[in-house]
Design a protein around this ligand. Structure first.
Ligand code: NAI
Ligand code: 13P
Length: 333
């Protein structure tokens, strides 16, 4: 079997390494020719996953045509804001009957579309029955080091989810299928915004009680939005809800939590992002969350405060006071 991964950053490379267990060849596309060369000759992605061996079955290239030729499964692993552009460039090379699995965790700022909606928007209809999404607690570094990782693969088409599940099944990578494409994607995208909030609380030195409250009430707001958009509430207590939320709000490897910690310490967003090579999707998703909350009339108080701190220069301490002194409520509404 041959598979393709579009996006040779940390997660794309890690997933290519997983696919290489069951696939004889894995094409890995990225923009950086020097990085592609290093992956092919030294079998290491020193830019994103330094020191971790990458299977020689992974063949990196800067040509979308070469990466996609003969692929029986395609993973789309560029950040969400780049997905529309990259998919448009790849369009004429996309195989007709291969599952297309997006792993980007974001909601497009301009359209407020999830990644599978975006794919339906920019791909001809013949590709639609092959679209799937993979999401769940899966730090790229641990995945690439073959540490046990479990995720969800969702598709409206059961057979497509099962095809992806089989291709990715290894001794250290396990997935569960789902048909709740909506719940899985809102869980994956919104947990990044809540992780920024958890990081802010940690940066302010607010302790474990605050972090647990952010995780729990963050899950309540993610669930509220996902359900309003048609998701199943049970999905949000699964891998792409609670699972990824706990990982990202507590894990040292999280880039979103890192952004939050720096904001909590009083640094400004532009400066924090300027020091980072890798994407922190929650920064852009905070914007989409704010717009979605207004558009569909669902309260997202933690996401709103993250937006105000990151984009409007609001003091993190003032945001905490505002959250703590909101109108008293029942927990279950
Ligand atoms: N790193 C992780 O642990 C995980 C990441 N994800 C998701 O996977 C997606 C990709 O994330 P990472 O690989 O971690 O990001 P990264 O920052 O490590 O790499 C991003 C890659 O995309 C490329 N890229 C950026 N803008 C581009 C553009 N306009 N056109 C073409 N290529 C572009 C970069 O050159 C780089 O190769 C994100 O949505 C992220 O939330 C999901 C699960 C785990
Ligand atoms: O999505 C992730 C783990 O599942 C990665 O989280 P960060 O983008 O915050 O590093």
């Amino acid at each position: 079997m041959r598979a393709s991964v579009i996006g040779s950053g940390s997660f794309g490379t890690a997933l290519a390494n997983v696919l290489a267990v069951n696939c004889e060849q894995v094409g890995l596309w990225g923009r950086d020719a020097a990085l592609a060369d290093a992956i092919n000759t030294r079998h290491e992605n020193s830019g994103y996953l330094p020191g971790i061996p990458i299977s020689p079955r992974v063949q990196a290239t800067t040509s979308l045509k070469a990466a996609l030729e003969g692929a029986e499964l395609v993973v789309l692993a560029t950040p969400s804001h780049a997905t529309r552009d990259v998919v448009s460039q790849a369009l004429s090379y996309l195989p007709k009957h291969a599952p297309l699995v997006t792993v980007a965790k974001g909601i497009e700022n301009e359209t407020l579309l999830t990644m599978t909606e975006l794919l339906e928007d920019c791909l001809p209809e013949e590709h639609h029955p092959y679209i799937a999404v993979l999401s769940g607690p899966s730090f790229a570094k641990e995945l690439a080091q073959r540490m046990p990782t479990v995720v969800t693969i969702a598709s409206h088409w059961d057979k497509v989810a099962v095809r992806c599940q089989k291709a990715l099944q290894t001794e250290t990578f396990r997935s569960y299928t789902s048909n709740d494409v909506v719940g899985v994607q809102y869980g994956g995208a919104l947990k990044n915004v809540i992780a920024i909030a958890a990081g802010i609380a940690d940066g302010l030195g607010m302790g474990h009680n605050a972090r647990a409250a952010i995780i729990t009430r963050g899950l309540a707001e993610i669930t509220r939005l996902a359900v309003r958009k048609g998701g199943n509430p049970l999905t949000l207590s699964g891998l792409s809800g609670m699972g990824d939320l706990v990982l990202t709000c507590t894990g040292e490897l999280s880039r979103n939590r890192h952004v939050g910690m720096e904001l909590g310490r009083g640094r400004v967003l532009e400066e924090i992002l300027g020091d980072m090579k890798q994407v922190a999707e929650g920064v852009k998703t905070a914007k989409s969350a704010r717009d979605l909350s207004r558009k569909v009339g669902v309260e997202l108080p933690i996401c709103d405060q993250v937006y105000a701190i990151a984009y409007e220069g609001k003091s993190a301490r003032a945001a905490v006071v505002e959250l703590m002194t909101r109108q008293p409520k029942s927990e279950l509404v």
